[in-house]
Design a protein around this ligand. Sequence first.
Ligand code: FAD
Length: 450
Amino acid sequence: MKYDFDLFVIGAGSGGVRTARMSASKGLKVGIAEYQALGGTCVNVGCIPKKLFVYASEYSHIFDQAEGFGWSIAKTEFNWDILRENKNKEIERLNKIYNNLLDHVGVKVIRGRASILDPHSVKVGNNVYTAKNILIATGGTPYIPEFPGSKLVVTSNEAFYLKELPRKIIIVGGGYIAVEFAGIFKGLGVETHLVYRGPLFLKGFDSDVRNKIKEEYENQGVVLHFSTDVEEVKKINSGYCVRLSTKEEIDVDLVMYATGRIPNIKDLGLESLNIKTKSNGTIIVDDYFNTSEPSIYALGDVIGRIELTPVAIAEGMALSNFFVTGMRSSVDYTNIPTAIFSQPNSASVGLTEEEAIKIHGIDLRIYKSQFRPMKATLGGGDSKVFMKLIVIHSSDVVIGCHMVGDYAGEIIQGLAVAIKAGATKQNFDSTVGIHPTAAEEFVTMRQPVD
Ligand code: FAD
C-alpha cells in the first residue's frame, strides 16, 4: 500500500523534532503536526526560558558580592518587561531555527492539532494523511488539582508571560520546577513563599541535597511552608488571599501551581485504537517505543519515563535509527545526570544515598564535603558548596555523585562521563585537580564519613 508518509510525527517538541529530522535526513518521507510554537515545552515554556530567568535572577547575588571586590554598585533596578520581551525574542529566534532545521531535511510541517483516525491515518484540521508509522510525541501539560479557587492560579506556562512581576507570590509544589521558580522570583526581588504538602521538597533527590537547598533558600529568605496544603484561594482587591491548612491566611499578588504534569493524550483518538495507557494517562510502550498498536510509537514525556529533554532526544535517536535501518535499539536509562537550577544550582548523577543503601546495604563508603566558596572570601555571603560521593566499598566503584553550588550542572556533566564509564574512587583520587576551583574537591575527598 502507498502511504503519504513513511512516518507521521504528532508534536514538534524535543523528541518529535529529533525523530523527524533524523529519519528525514536518512531519506524517509516525514510529516510533523504541531498546533503551538515549534520546539515544544523545552524551547517555549520549559528549559530555555527558565534558564534565561535563572540567569536574570542570579544577578542579584552577583551585585551583592561585587563591593567586596572593589566595585561600587549604584542602586540596581530590575525591569521585568525588558527581561520578558528579550526572552520572547530569543524564543522566537529558536522557533525559526526549528522550522529551518525541519525544512532543511524536507520534513513537511503541518500546522494544527492532530488526532489519529486508524493505525495508518491522522487527521489535522480537514485533512487526512496516511503513514506507514505514526509517532506520538505530544509531551505533557501542567496539572492543577481541583480545589476552591483553583481557577485563580497560574502554572509555569503563564509565569513565563506575566504582564507584571508580582511583589509577593505563593508557589505550590515540591518538585524541581517549584524550587527553580521560587529561586527565580526571590532573586528578582519578589517576596516568595513555597507551600508543599510533604515534609521536605525535591522528593527522589539525595536527602543531603534536599536539606542543603532548604538551608540555602531559608538563608535567602524564601519562606518555606512544608507539610502544608492550600485549602482555598480567594480573589481580593489587591490580589489573592490564600488559606493554608495551618489556617494561616496569606495575601499575595500571584499564586503559581507546580504540582506535576499530565500527558497530552486528550482528543488524540486513543480510545478507538488498541493503545494501552497507565492509570495516570502515560502511554505504555515496549523497550523500543512501540505501543500495543504495531504501527504506532510513542516517546518523550507522554510515556512518562524520565521527563527531560535529553532523554526525549535519546529516545528519538534510537527510534529514528530503527525506522531507517530496521534494527531495534533501546535507551540506557542508567546514570542519567540531572540538574536543579535552584540558586545555587544542584546536580546529580547515579544513585542517591537512600537508593544505594537499598541495593548495597552497608557495603558503601560515603564522602562528603562542605566549604565556603572562594568567591565568598571577599564577596561575603553565607552560601556553602556541598559535594558528595557514594562508593561501593568492596569494588571501589563510584555510584553516586551530588553537588549543590555554583556551576553544579556544568561540573556534574563532566563527572557523568566518568560514572558512566565505571570510574572507581581510586580513579578519582589519581586524577589531578584544577586549582583553584570548587570542582577539584571531587578529586581530593579522602576521608569517608562514619
Ligand atoms: P514536548 O517538548 O512537550 O513537545 C510536545 C509537543 O506536542 C508540544 O509542542 C505540543 O504543542 C504538541 N502537541 C501536543 N498534542 C498535540 C496534537 N494533538 N497535535 C499536534 N501537536 C500536539 N528538561 C530538561 O532536560 N532540563 C530542564 O532544565 C527542564 N526544565 C523544564 C522546566 C519546565 C518549567 C518544564 C515544564 C519542563 C522542563 N523540562 C526540562 C522538561 C522538558 O521540557 C521535557 O522533558 C521535554 O520538552 C519533553 O519533550 P517531548 O518531545 O516529550 O514533549
